[in-house]
Design a protein around this ligand. Structure first.
Ligand SMILES: Cc1cc2nc3c(=O)[nH]c(=O)nc-3n(C[C@H](O)[C@H](O)[C@H](O)COP(=O)(O)O)c2cc1C
Length: 266
């Protein structure tokens, strides 16, 4: 399917991780839309998404302490990757963020969960093959209207949503020389979600190309930084398309992740 770039670009700024849901079952029309996007958004054969409506609580297990506790989610989407593929993490990040942006555009709340869930229970519920693993999940549903004190405490009263400035993330061309599409793409990547908000992506910019790398090879919290980078890759592509610029991701060896050469920058 073609990326609905305007719809997903508009969903990037308002998306926030939500962890308290109203426990009310989703309307069948919304479930049907989620099924459709899970089936049709398949940018890579090695990554897929499955909607789970039967007791998502069996998959979402609470953490010790408040971080990661998801309550009352009526449904969940599991993000599954083929572990034989060397770029499985970035592919799952890219795919999963497409589903999350679509859910956001549908008015639903989500939260990437890469740590505090039961991957084996999830794998058996979605019928994962031997070479596949559920790398992350997201609850989907209607969030309780206001952030409760508990949810605000969990996100450090907004700290978990703060981002580094572009000056800390970008090298290469001077920021004043960047074409419009590139500024928009880098800003979309800057505000992407990442595990424990670690923002591990770094961008090297040339006239018609963005190269993304990880900040350090340290593997923290058992969640690959390359998965976070896959999320930022989708944001870059969505923003570029919305500026009328087309490119194609090429995967690279660590510590680099991928480069995005474009036809012509505007
Ligand atoms: C790959 C990934 C894994 C994550 N894992 C968890 C998790 O296990 N539990 C949790 O509560 N939040 C998790 N998060 C959510 C992040 O904490 C959140 O995205 C970050 O703090 C930025 O906040 P925001 O999403 O509201 O912008 C994860 C996010 C990503 C991208």
């Amino acid at each position: 399917m073609d990326i609905p770039f305007s719809r997903w670009h508009a969903a990037i700024p308002p998306r926030r991780s939500r962890r308290r849901f109203d426990s009310i079952e989703l309307e069948s029309s919304l479930l049907a839309e989620l099924q459709t996007i899970c089936r049709e958004f398949r940018p890579f054969p090695e990554a897929r998404a499955e909607l789970v409506t039967q007791s998502p609580d069996r998959i979402l297990k609470g953490a010790i302490g408040p971080y990661g506790k998801v309550k009352g989610a009526p449904a969940l989407v599991a993000f599954i990757g083929d572990m034989d593929d060397p770029y499985v993490q970035e592919k799952v990040g890219y795919l999963g963020e497409g589903i999350i942006l679509e859910a956001t555009a549908m008015g639903l709340a989500t939260c990437w969960v890469g740590g505090f869930f039961r991957p084996k229970v999830a794998a058996s519920i979605v019928g994962a093959a031997e070479n596949e693993r559920v790398l992350a999940v997201t609850p989907v549903g209607h969030a309780v209207e206001d952030f409760s004190l508990e949810e605000r405490t969990m996100t450090g009263f907004g700290r978990a949503h703060r981002r580094k400035p572009l000056a800390e993330l970008v090298t290469g061309l001077d920021q004043t020389e960047l074409p419009h599409w590139m500024k928009s793409a880098l800003e979309a990547a800057r505000i992407a979600p990442s595990a424990i908000n670690r923002q591990p992506w770094r961008f090297y910019v040339e006239l018609n190309r963005i190269t993304i790398s990880v900040d350090s090879p340290r593997f923290t919290f058992g969640i690959s930084k390359r998965l976070d980078c896959g999320i930022a890759m989708l944001h870059i592509e969505v923003a570029a398309l919305d500026c009328g610029v087309q490119g194609r991701w090429e995967f690279l060896e660590a510590p680099r992740v991928a480069k995005f050469p474009v036809d012509s920058g505007r």
